[in-house]
Design a protein around this ligand. Structure first.
Ligand SMILES: Cc1cc2nc3c(=O)[nH]c(=O)nc-3n(C[C@H](O)[C@H](O)[C@H](O)COP(=O)(O)OP(=O)(O)OC[C@H]3O[C@@H](n4cnc5c(N)ncnc54)[C@H](O)[C@@H]3O)c2cc1C
Length: 438
C-alpha cells in the first residue's frame, strides 16, 4: 500500500519530526480502518499509524456473519461475488450425531448472507477505503507509548519507524491495536480476568471442500474415534470455512471457562480432530498450507473503561469479541464507528469538560449497544465450559430446528430492533432486562 504514507505537506512539523492530526488511530485493522473511514468522512484530519504494511496476514477464521456483511456495506465496500467475495447462506452445525443447516434469518436490519475473505485481502480493502475517504496512513510505524500532559491526559504518541524515533500529537487517540492491548496496558488498563476470553488456532489446507455455501461449525471435537469407549470430548468448538480458492480455513477455539484452557496444546488438538475427519476432505499434513497459528479472543468487554484520559479503546483492544460465537470483525468495525462519532462531536467542543462529556459518550454507546448482550454471553460461556452442559445442549437442542433458528439469532446477534418475529422480541426483551457490563 503506498497511498498517503507521508505526512501531509500542510501538517505542522516540529523538529522535522512531529506530525499533528486531530485524531491519531493506533492500528489499522478493521477497528482502526473503520474509525479512520468515519472520521475522514466527517472531515476530520485523522492519522492511522500501523506497525506492519498492507497486505499483511492476520490470524483469523476469515468468516463473516450477516452482521459483518452489513458493516462492510456501510463502509461502501463492494461485497458482490464479482468483487471476489465468497457468499454463504448460513451455518452448518455438527454435533450430537446431527448435522443441521441453518439459514441466516430474514431481517430488515441485516442481509441474509455472510461472507468469507482472507484477512490479508479484507484488511487491505478496509484500509484503502479509509485512505480513499481522506485518512492518512503511516505504515511500518509502531506506536511505543503515550505522550501525556503533567495532569496525565494523553496528547499524542511516541512511535518507531525503522530506527527513527517519532512523536505524533493529537487531542484524541484511538487505541485499535488489537488483542495485546499494549497501548491500554501502558496506561494501566489491565484485562479483567473475570470476563470471558478465548484462544483460537487456525490453519489453511488444500481441500475439495473449498466451495461451501455454509460456514461449518463443530460443537463436539473428539480425540479419537467418537464411537470408541476411550474417545475424549475435547473442550472446544471447531470450524471449517471454505475459502473458494481451493483451500479451507480450519480452526478451533477454547474458552477460559473450560477445564482445558491454557493447559491444552491447541495445535495438537486441531490435528487430532482433523485426523478423524474423512480422508477425502484432505485435512492432513501433506495438504497443509503454512503453519498452525493462534491468538487470543478478548470477549465481553474484558478491558474497560473504554475511555480514559483522551484515549478510546476500540475493537479487540476494548475486548469487543462476541462471547457467544467468537466473532470479532463486525464488532471491531462497529465500535470504530461509535468511537469516530464520539470523537467528531468532541472536536466540535472546546477542550475541557464539554469535550470530555462528548468522549464519555463512547463507553456509554458501547454499553447501550452490547453491554447487556455481552453479559448474557458471559453466562453462556460459563455454562458451556462444563462439557456436560455442552453435551446436553447439542444432544437436546440440535434435534429441534425451530429452537436452533432461535439459537442462531441469539448467538450471532441478529435481530430486528422493532417489528421482528417472536424470537427477536424474546432476545430483545432479554437484553432489555439484563444489566449491562460496565
Ligand atoms: C484464530 C482466530 C480466528 C478468528 N476468526 C474470526 C472469524 O472468523 N470472524 C470474526 O469476525 N472474527 C474472528 N476472529 C476475531 C478477529 O480476528 C478480531 O476480533 C479482529 O481482528 C479485531 O479487529 P481489530 O481491528 O480490533 O484488531 P486487529 O485485527 O488485531 O488489528 C490490530 C492492528 O493494529 C496493529 N498494531 C498492533 N500494535 C500496534 C502498534 N503498537 N502500533 C501500530 N500498530 C499496531 C496490528 O498490526 C493490526 O494491524 C478470530 C480470531 C482468532 C485469533
Amino acid at each position: 500500500m503506498t497511498a498517503s504514507t507521508e505526512p501531509r505537506e500542510d501538517a505542522p512539523v516540529e523538529d522535522g519530526r512531529v506530525h499533528d492530526a486531530q485524531v491519531i488511530v493506533i492500528g489499522a485493522g478493521p477497528a482502526g480502518a473503520a474509525a479512520g473511514y468515519w472520521l475522514a468522512t466527517a472531515g476530520v484530519d485523522v492519522l492511522l499509524l500501523e506497525k506492519s504494511a498492507f497486505p499483511r496476514e492476520k490470524v483469523c477464521g476469515d468468516g463473516l456473519t450477516p452482521r459483518g456483511t452489513r458493516a462492510l456495506v456501510e463502509l461502501g465496500i463492494d461485497v458482490s461475488e464479482q468483487a471476489g467475495w465468497l457468499h454463504n447462506r448460513g451455518l452448518r452445525v455438527i454435533g450430537g450425531g446431527m448435522r443441521l443447516e441453518l439459514d441466516w434469518p430474514e431481517l430488515a436490519t441485516y442481509p441474509n448472507y455472510g461472507l468469507v475473505r482472507p484477512r490479508s485481502d479484507l484488511d487491505q480493502l478496509l484500509v484503502r477505503q479509509a485512505v480513499r475517504a481522506g485518512a492518512r496512513l503511516h505504515e511500518r510505524t509502531g506506536v511505543t507509548g503515550p505522550i501525556r500532559t503533567p495532569a496525565g491526559r494523553v496528547v499524542g504518541v511516541t512511535a518507531k519507524s525503522g530506527d527513527q524515533e517519532l512523536t505524533y500529537r493529537a487531542p484524541i487517540v484511538l487505541a485499535c491495536d488489537g488483542v495485546s492491548g499494549r497501548f491500554a496496558l501502558s496506561m494501566g488498563l489491565e484485562r479483567n480476568r473475570k470476563r470471558p476470553m478465548g484462544v483460537a488456532v487456525r490453519r489453511y489446507y488444500r481441500s475439495p471442500r473449498h466451495n461451501d455455501d455454509y460456514l461449518e461449525s463443530w460443537l463436539e471435537l473428539w480425540d479419537g474415534d467418537p464411537a470408541a469407549d476411550d474417545a475424549k470430548l475435547l473442550p472446544g468448538y471447531g470450524w471449517i470455512f471454505g475459502m473458494g480458492d481451493g483451500s479451507v480455513n480450519v480452526g478451533l477455539g477454547v474458552l477460559n471457562s473450560s477445564a482445558g484452557f491454557q493447559k491444552t496444546n491447541y495445535r495438537t488438538l486441531l490435528t487430532s480432530w482433523l485426523d478423524n475427519t474423512p480422508a477425502d476432505w484432505g485435512l492432513r499434513e501433506e495438504n497443509a498450507l503454512g503453519p498452525t497459528q493462534g491468538a487470543g479472543l478478548p470477549m465481553g468487554f474484558n478491558r474497560t473503561p473504554h475511555y480514559r484520559d483522551g484515549v478510546l479503546l476500540v475493537g479487540d483492544a476494548g475486548g469487543s469479541v462476541n462471547p457467544f460465537n467468537g466473532e470479532g470483525i463486525p464488532y471491531a468495525m462497529e465500535s470504530g464507528k461509535l468511537a469516530a462519532e464520539a470523537a467528531v462531536q468532541a472536536l466540535a467542543r472546546p477542550d475541557g469538560p464539554q469535550r470530555e462529556r462528548a468522549l464519555a459518550g463512547y463507553p456509554a454507546a458501547m454499553r447501550a449497544e452490547w453491554g447487556a448482550y455481552f453479559r448474557l454471553g458471559g453466562v453462556f460461556v460459563k455454562l458451556i465450559g462444563n462439557p456436560k452442559v455442552m453435551r446436553a445442549c447439542t444432544r437436546h437442542g440440535l434435534p429441534h430446528p425451530r429452537l436452533m433458528a432461535f439459537v442462531l439469532k441469539l448467538l450471532a446477534n441478529l435481530t430486528d430492533p422493532a417489528d421482528g418475529d417472536a424470537a427477536d422480541r424474546l432476545i430483545n426483551a432479554l437484553t432489555r432486562i439484563t444489566p449491562a457490563v460496565r
